[in-house]
Design a protein around this ligand. Sequence first.
Ligand code: ADP
Length: 424
Amino acid sequence: HATKKTMADHLRKYESLFTLTPQRMRMIVEAFKDTLELGLQKHKQIVPMIPTFVFGWPSGKESGDFLALDLGGTNLRVCLVTLQGDGKFEITQTKYRLTEEQKQDEGQKLFDFCAECLKTFVETNFTGDDGKSLLKPGEMLPLGFTFSYPCTQERIDHGVLIRQDVAAMFRQSIEKYNIPVIAVIFGTGCNAAYMEDVKNIDKIKELGIDEKAQMAINCEWGAFDSFEHEHLPRTKYDAIVDDTSNKPGEQAFEKLISGRYLGEILRLVIVELIDEGVLFLGQKTDKLEVPYVFETAFLSLMESDPTDELLMIIGIFTHFFAVETTLAERQFFRALAMLIGRRAARLSACGIAAIVSKMGYLEEGCQVGADGSLYNKYPGFADRVHEGLIDVFGEKGRNIVTHHAEDGSGVGSAIIAAMTKVRR
Ligand code: ADP
């Protein structure tokens, strides 16, 4: 009779499902590059490649106080950014977690909430010890705004929402101007921005903008492979995430990578093994059977558990889900987190590689400013991106370096506000 499969046996199946070979990655990069180029054309875009009307690089000499509002998929941040004119900045930040209701609410209510938070922030930060405002009568504070939902723009102070998916427009480059810089964000959603030659942006040709100029492009790369599902290695868990999402088919790349989904992918594997009678036999598992209860932060915690007994993982499963685990199961969960986290990082590397390859930045090297909780808090995420870049490009992949762009969205929007004079 057949011997019972061990957790290590089960793991092998998931290893083959979630592992990306260098060869597969290079195929994804090629397809991704074609998609980016198509996005700059007028028709048939899959990835929107939105012109931002942010022209060229900042000089680093921008100075002054700017308010910045960063509306993400999870948090609203209000920042006061002081650009010091020498490429440096100071930032004061208040973070507000958005409730589920606020995220679902009609747009106007959400903007009302933003305005309310902004008002409180200004009152708190611009009131002297004597209780009087530090602002002169009639003094206006310039405001930069980062909005994590795709918009089309016709000018800098204008934005029309095109879809409700979460991604983040993001760009930042203070000290590193003049060398190629890409900006990426890995938070609730994921996205990238880079500087493109206006002459290559086919879809704004008729605007007659100086062909020698450069303009930042908001890729909205989360949409890569949407609807086609031809290029990315989707497992059946990814297909479930997609089918049960509020926008099936859309944001195909983002659904394999970003903070919103990684915990859910792992939960779906666990649920499958519960259904197969492999895990938690005889225990009540209803708490694990609720969509999205397994947070991506748990994957971070599981991967960084320093104990041999994996006490952190015991804690997560008993405390949040009221189930007991064996050591072999905990080792399996940790290995599974590693597979899902590693796949996300390697796919992110494919996206970065596609921009690098499209722009011809490989030889001279390139800096990638990165921010978002996944990049900052997931252990080894950045290292895995770098490994992925080396798998795609060989040793030259080392020319591409990522850096944490601290408060990238806030500081980036402040710099853009400083660079931009809007006339009405
Ligand atoms: P936003 O998307 O609003 O800009 P963040 O960059 O903080 O905000 O990203 C929030 C996302 O990051 C959520 O989807 C959350 O699941 C995930 N997240 C939060 N903490 C961690 C962590 N420690 N490790 C991995 N992911 C995390």
